[in-house]
Structure formats: structure tokens, C-alpha cells
Design a protein around this ligand. Sequence first.
Ligand SMILES: Nc1ncnc2c1ncn2[C@@H]1O[C@H](COP(=O)(O)OP(=O)(O)OP(=O)(O)O)[C@@H](O)[C@H]1O
Ligand SMILES: [Mg+2]
Length: 217
Amino acid sequence: MIDTLAKSFIDEFYSLERSLFRGSVPCSTVQFTSSHSGEGVTSITLAFARFLTTLHGGDSVVADEANMREPSFHELLDIPCENNLRAVLSGASKVDETVQVSKKYGFHCLPAGPSQSATDPPSYATLLQNLGEAVLPELQNRFKHVLVDSPPAVPFIDSSIICRMVRGVVVIVQSNLTRSEVVRHTLDKLQSGQANIVGTILNKRELHIPRWLYRFL
Ligand SMILES: Nc1ncnc2c1ncn2[C@@H]1O[C@H](COP(=O)(O)OP(=O)(O)OP(=O)(O)O)[C@@H](O)[C@H]1O
Ligand SMILES: [Mg+2]
């Protein structure tokens, strides 16, 4: 799935890579979010990490799973998550003990941890304060490309907190599902949290003719 997405979004990823990392003020840290759950934020984040790995090598790329509400890195990447971002944010682990390499895809990753029970939800807003102070600076020292997977922006506050800690934000929009008014609301909400929106990606498009023909329309 991750390799398939990396191939099918290759044009979008090239232009994102050019605008993010080669501009006069390159972004080293980019956040991915959406309006609602399931639009494909994690899939696109990991596919972009894979794309960057093929271009620059895995030693320059880390994907940080800052979605502690619906963590999925451990399943999608088939990695252990006993050492995880939650533990780092609460002071129980260190960043360098927690970052691991995806054997399958070659980039580095920092899983959020296992899902939490709904009866005892931690205060994500409090935990996330440490992301900008304790985690991202260390990742930025070690990696050229830091990708931050984050929860949807409409139901949760997390993305509005994280967007102040990163250089740019990419919003994933699910085609034929998310209404333009909702996307506008999401962009407004993030921008009022001081986000620098650097792009949007339309995901799950249904193509009715071969993809290459679209450039002639
Ligand atoms: N371009 C795509 N084509 C087909 N399926 C996709 C695509 N992108 C994502 N999916 C599928 O959609 C589902 C949701 O994707 P994903 O977990 O990446 O969403 P998410 O926005 O991270 O969700 P959450 O907010 O719960 O973290 C998954 O089953 C994934 O495999
Ligand atoms: Mg996700």
C-alpha cells in the first residue's frame, strides 16, 4: 500500500519536495493533517517518507507519529512500539532510544504507541507541549526531513497545537467526501493556530480515464 501510494502520488510528491525542501527557506519539519478521521493522513505521510527515502536515502528521513489517539504506525510498518512517543513526551523514554528504522521501507520512524483505553484518556494537549521542546529539535538535529503525522483538525485540538511547532502543514482531503466548506473551516482553524499551510493533497481520487490522459484535458 505504501509503495503503491508513493508511486501514484509521485507528481504531487515531487512538487511538494521541491517547494518544501529546496526553497530559499527550506522546511525541515512538515506536519500532515486532515479535517476528519480516515482521509489518509498516515498513508500519505508514510508514502511521502518512502518517496523521500528513494530520493535522499533513509538516513535523512524520519516519520514521527504524533497521533496518539489513533496510532497505526506499529501495524502499518510492522514495528514494535514498547518504546514510543507517549513515553518520550511523559519523560519515561528518550528520543534516541525510541527512533527506529523501518526494515521494509528504509526510513526512520517514531511510533506513538499502542491505542489507549477510552476510559482513561490522557491529556493529549498537555503531553503535546513537550513535542516542540523535547522531541522535534532532536529530530531536526539528526534528520533533514521530519514528517509529523497528526490527528484530524476538526474534532481534536492536537493539530492546532502541533502546527505552531513545525515549518509547514499539508492538509489531506478525501476526494468526493469532504465538503469544500469543511476544508475551508479546517484551513481557518489551523491558520488561527498560526499554521503555515504549504499545500493540500486530494486523496482517494477515482480516475475514470487513465491517469496520464488528464494532462491533456
Ligand atoms: N489513496 C488511497 N487509496 C485507497 N485507500 C486509501 C488511500 N489512502 C488511504 N487509504 C485507506 O484509507 C484508510 C484510512 O487511511 P489512514 O489510516 O491513512 O487515514 P488517517 O487519516 O490517518 O486516519 P486517522 O485519522 O484515523 O489516523 C486505510 O484503510 C487506508 O489504507
Ligand atoms: Mg492516521
